[in-house]
Ligand binder design. Sequence first.
Ligand code: MN
Length: 256
Amino acid sequence: MHILVTNDDGVQAPGILALAQAMRQLGQVTVFAPDRNWSASGHVKTLERPLRVHETLLADGTTAFTSDGAPSDCVALPLLGFVDKVDLVVSGINPYSNIGYDVTYSGTVTAAMEAVIAGVPGIAFSLASQDKPANIPTDYGPAAQAARRVAQKVLEGDLSEGVVLNVNIPYLSLEAMQGITVTRQGLRVYRDALDRRVDPRGRPYYWIGGEAPTGVDEEGTDVGALLAGYVSVTPLQLDLTHYKALDVLKSWEWKI
Ligand code: MN
């Protein structure tokens, strides 16, 4: 079993090391991740410049590949033949949850989507560490164990083609986690606000600031599962067609 491990936080982020170590218990692991943080970069394909690949060492002394491309590039290169056949792509562990509409922004999730486009199962792992006190360092240990269990299920199961698994893990010890539950996307509530400032030369510049997003606590959703202490497994598809709208739109009279 050959597992490709990537992320959107950069190859030296602690979350990918924990994930790689957990995946080594399931098979041969190749780590291939961006050389910098691409969080909230969405789905990227680098076309207008060459991509460079370098070897680097992770904090545990193991070898990893890194590139100046986006997370999805770091999946595309290996799957296009930079390494031997890959059976599973895992992405993360992102330090913050990716729930609801976050999946469209998330580099963690779009890396898993890139795998699925190439016909390889892809799983994104995110840890809701925003729920812990900011002054304590993030412990990825329990999340890595939960990730291993989910990955093992996928390797044993027969997940149909085209399914991306978006996994969100509560910031709890393994014992405190309530279990693993299958969910649908919930509703994120963004509280973005435009912050206009003026630079030393008198020109305005802008930050998209505001409060951290919240979510609608609804049973059966990723938001609700995390709040209830469950590991949330959401199957996503890349077909974004709004099927209910098809009939409405077809009933309109279209003329050119
Ligand atoms: Mn990230």
